[in-house]
Design a protein around this ligand. Structure first.
Ligand code: ADP
Ligand code: MG
Length: 697
């Protein structure tokens, strides 16, 4: 079976040795299989035809049938352009070429029917299309109704006339002979469960979609398959490792039930309930939990954490939550204490600034088991911190902790490993990478608590500063509070600090009648806490701060955030910062202040922030801007060279693929069952095959 797809590409009709060499070098296409997996990267929508009269500005692409009335070359010297006056029965438009004018004008005929495709732009009262695709109208293209595949090529290939159209021809030829060799690679029960089309149909429609619906089906099928086989490999690796680590069975839900019935301050969202169930199943399973809890800022991870703590405590163990900063640990402590008190549980906080006497008491009570919940910073990882029985270790905003630190937490217990829950609100692509590669299972809160008003995000430049200050004043007079945030980037920390101080002074001058708090990284922890606390209690109106407030702070009455020099922040950071507002019932605002001139990339970041509140969307743009390598820390092969799936966009498919893979490995780790035969034989052909085709054949 695999033999056919390993046929060298030069043997395809119309290719030959010279073109084959180019395809090898430029696109890494060596075999039939490689070519078939060189999927189109987009499709031009040729399903509808437009009349010139009906063209509107906002249309991205139009397809028009018509004729050229006349052509002329305008401009002088090297800047000549070709203008063709193109008409149909409803109106006229211009087709413009800035390059190749001489060559193109020779090719085109006046008063001959053409099909034109391109992006219209308004020019005076008319539309024009610059560098349209134009071809004589034929019986075939007149029918329309298809999606034209567009393939990646290269300048070198194009110079040798191997453009997208030619590649499409190759594909057509190859598919004709390849069809009998394309076998199903997914078992029936999966095809049925997810409504997936067959491998054959998928391959044909990925290259030549019958319709946009068919294209969707084809892509869904190919994505699922790609992700499924990667997941299957990872899950079986992980499974064999998991057997090595036993976990405590924590299954006593009585505390949890009491809390649910008597003290739960709000209805949990469906997503919160779902992830709690997922975690619950892990904790009672007898195997050590290693789970990532992912959720956008404000999605309510803290409550989930508390409820899971109740399961641990109710089952006779202790729980701990480690946060990356003192401020965040403080916030968590305050938040959790409120619930813990209601439940009559003892909670303590241990950080670098905990006084010696207090520290001694905490250490003793931890060891005796009197403390049920310990919240803290890295200080938790230090040598003398010993629990009586640690059942659940939670770390918040894990991207700030190394793997080594997490492992250290586990060692707090000698007889068994505590269950580990890692919470993160930030770089979603990274967490997806972890799903693919990591030792972590993933739970996602993909739903916000009801009744949140979306934050309004506005971009302003320094010219509008007075208005912005006026707006802050209005909001504060309405009883709200505001954050004003300055960048603090390590390399220029002292310069940034000066920015912050200058800013603080001008804010103090502008608002002599308001109280200000100031928080930055160079302050002593006690001073920070003091300033924070005054803001939390509403004593101060404005919090002037660096990004130390990035994570975790929860002041529902603060409905306004101004981010200074917003162009200097990354997207993930802007999103985290903005997440500090929009936590109460009031309409919240985030104002991004920048200088006038912005780089293209900075502009994209700002526009993205203005355009959406959706952390997943923001992470996707971030991924695009920075590339997976940057975002994921290391170049992780296999994550990067996915053929059809997109780790960010296809999170749902990834999840489904993973769940299926998990279930299959759980029930039949050796893939011995008859219903898994297709999988087993596919995997063995994957192992044998040396080319890229291995992934799908
Ligand atoms: P994050 O996921 O960013 O850590 P938090 O846990 O800080 O979010 O929750 C943000 C806010 O939403 C808190 O004030 C919390 O009390 C509130 N909250 C959490 N879950 C719900 C819910 N189901 N309904 C209403 N409010 C909720
Ligand atoms: Mg949080």
């Amino acid at each position: 079976m695999s033999g056919f797809f390993e046929t060298r590409i030069e043997f395809l009709k119309g290719v030959g040795p010279q073109r084959a060499e180019l395809l090898n070098k430029e696109l890494s296409i060596f075999t039939y299989g490689d070519l078939l997996q060189h999927y189109p990267f987009r499709y031009e929508d040729r399903t509808t035809f437009h009349k010139i009269r009906d063209i509107r500005d906002e249309e991205s692409f139009v397809q028009v049938m018509g004729k050229i009335r006349s052509m002329e070359t305008v401009g002088i010297g090297g800047k000549k352009r070709l203008v063709a006056h193109f008409y149909d029965e409803t109106g006229e438009m211009e087709l413009v070429w800035f390059q190749g004018a001489a060559w193109i004008s020779k090719k085109l005929r006046v008063n001959t029917p053409y099909l034109v495709y391109g992006k219209p732009s308004a020019f005076g009262s008319k539309f024009n299309i610059a560098h349209p695709e134009i071809e004589p109208l034929t019986v075939d293209n007149r029918k329309g109704g298809y999606l034209q595949p567009i393939y990646h090529t290269s300048e070198k290939l194009k110079a040798r006339f191997i453009d997208s159209k030619v590649i499409s021809k190759f594909q057509e030829q190859l598919l004709l002979v390849a069809l009998p060799y394309i076998h199903e690679t997914l078992p029936d029960f999966l095809l049925q469960k997810f409504g997936l089309v067959s491998k054959k149909e998928a391959m044909v429609n990925a290259h030549f979609p019958k319709s946009s619906e068919w294209l969707e089906r084809a892509r869904k099928r190919l994505k699922f398959e790609e992700l499924f086989y990667i997941q299957l490999r990872l899950v079986s690796l992980k499974g064999s490792r998991k057997d090595l680590y036993k976990g405590l069975v924590l299954a006593d839900a009585s505390l949890l039930t009491t809390f649910y019935n008597d003290h739960l301050p709000f209805e949990l969202t469906g997503a919160q309930k779902r992830v709690i169930r997922e975690i619950y199943l892990d904790m009672r399973s007898g195997k050590q939990m290693n789970r990532l809890l992912q959720g956008d800022v404000g999605s309510g991870k803290t409550m989930v954490a508390f409820i899971c703590m109740l399961l641990a405590i109710g089952s006779g163990t202790q729980a701990t939550l480690m946060a990356p900063t003192e401020i965040l640990a403080g916030q968590h402590y305050t938040g959790l204490k409120e619930y813990a008190d209601k439940m009559g549980l003892n909670i303590a906080k241990l950080t670098g600034s905990t006084k010696k006497k207090e520290r001694t008491r905490i250490l003793a009570e931890l060891l005796s088991g009197d403390i049920h919940i310990l919240v803290g910073t890295h200080a938790l990882l230090e040598e003398p911190v010993q629990f009586k029985s640690l059942g659940l270790a939670i770390t918040d905003e894990q991207h700030r902790f190394g793997v080594a630190q997490r492992a250290q937490l586990w060692q707090k217990n000698e007889e068994f490993y505590p269950h580990v829950l890692v919470m993160t609100a930030t770089p979603i692509p990274r967490t997806l990478a972890m799903t693919v590669y990591g030792d972590l299972d993933t739970s996602t809160i993909d739903e916000m608590p009801a009744g949140r008003k979306p934050i309004k995000t506005i971009h302003r430049t320094d010219a509008a500063r007075l208005q912005v200050f006026g707006f802050i004043r209005e909001q504060i007079q309405l009883g709200r509070q505001a954050y004003i945030v300055y960048p603090l980037i390590e390399e220029s920390a002292s310069l940034d600090l000066k920015d912050l101080m200058d800013g603080y002074e001008s804010i103090a001058r502008a608002f002599p009648d308001f109280q200000l708090s100031i928080v930055h990284g160079k302050m002593k922890p006690e001073a920070k806490d003091f300033e924070m606390q005054r803001f939390v209690e509403g004593v101060t109106h404005i919090m002037v701060a660096t990004t130390v407030i990035e994570v975790g702070i929860n002041v529902p009455n603060a409905s306004m955030m101004v981010i200074e020099n917003a162009e200097r922040f990354g997207l993930a950071q802007l999103h985290q910062l903005r997440g500090r507002v929009g936590r109460g019932a009031d309409q919240s605002y985030c104002i991004l202040m920048t200088k006038d001139k912005l780089s293209q990339e900075a502009r994209t970041r700002i526009q993205t922030m203005v355009g959406t509140n959706d952390g997943f969307e923001i992470a996707r743009v971030d991924l695009k801007l920075r590339g997976p390598g940057d975002l994921m820390g290391t170049q992780q092969s296999g994550v990067m060279d996915l053929l059809v799936a997109d780790l960010v966009q296809d999170g749902k498919i990834l999840q489904a693929a993973r769940e299926e893979a998990q279930q299959i490995i759980d029930n039949d780790p050796k893939l011995a069952l008859d219903k898994h035969r297709v999988i087993k034989s596919h995997i063995s052909s994957l192992k044998k095959s040396v080319t890229n085709w291995s992934r799908i054949s």
